[in-house]
Design a protein around this ligand. Sequence first.
Ligand code: UTP
Length: 304
Amino acid sequence: MPTPSTRPARKAVIPVAGMGTRFLPATKAVPKELLPVVDRPALQYIVEEAARAGLGEVLMVTGRNKAAIEDFFDRHPELEAALEKKGDASRLEAVHASTDVAQVHFVRQGEARGLGHAVLQAAAFVGDEPFAVLLGDDLIDARDHLLEQMLQVQAEHGGSVVALLDVGRENIDKYGAVAVEDAGGDVVAITGLVEKPPVDEAPSSLAIIGRYVLAPEVFGVLRETPPGRGGEIQLTDALATLVERGEPVHGVVFSGRRYDTGDRLDYLKAVVQLAAERDDLGPDFRAWLTGFVADLPGAGASQA
Ligand code: UTP
């Protein structure tokens, strides 16, 4: 019989209760996780990523003003009937895709007290087994199999695994940063974590991005984690405690494409890139984009 911590992860937790202040005023009424990336909410890409990695049970941690997220993952019989009547099979399929992709459950975080506090709301759903956390505004390109690799690393080493990206020293103060034992390969042993350190105190330029595979022991630690940076209960602080206790925490250094759709510039990049690569919209969009870019002020100079 495998011990609980060596069971493979089967469940995914997606925290979507944040206030999305970087994207105001849009996020006053629309959750940032539902902002469309081409024609699908960012969140749908993320649920699809979890399902592709074999995590068919998904818990969303929602909050106030997030009812539209529950509606999106629910059936819509009137809309389905109208599309059926019109014989619009492709749109009907698109509508079904949001409900069929995974078994989606919801729990509410009464107050946005930080990512660590959001993850703690998943304790009853997760139970005593490792689980994945995917941030609802962090998009990883479908061709990069980051989550699958992290699940493999967790199955091999046990403990917890975080996704890392080298963001350069000058940007590290916006992220959780890690100290690592040996930065040689793309799987590293983590020896320390700190949330949003000042640039000159950061242990490395490796930042934690929005994918985690966590040991269930994190819940006990989170219950005892006091508010940290920004007055919020930080998941990074709980992981730092696990490291101090000698629990294995590994990092997978990601070198693929990732977009923080809660950030306006990254959001725009995601929409343009994914639209340009689409089979249906791509040819027309690329043709228009090429002309648009050529006409931009200074375009000729930068190509020289
Ligand atoms: P962010 O810090 O990106 O979300 O949290 P935010 O607070 O909504 O963003 P800004 O800075 O105000 O624009 C990362 C993820 O954690 C969730 C968010 O919804 C996001 O997916 N989160 C954050 C919660 O679920 N609860 C919280 O208390 C905080």
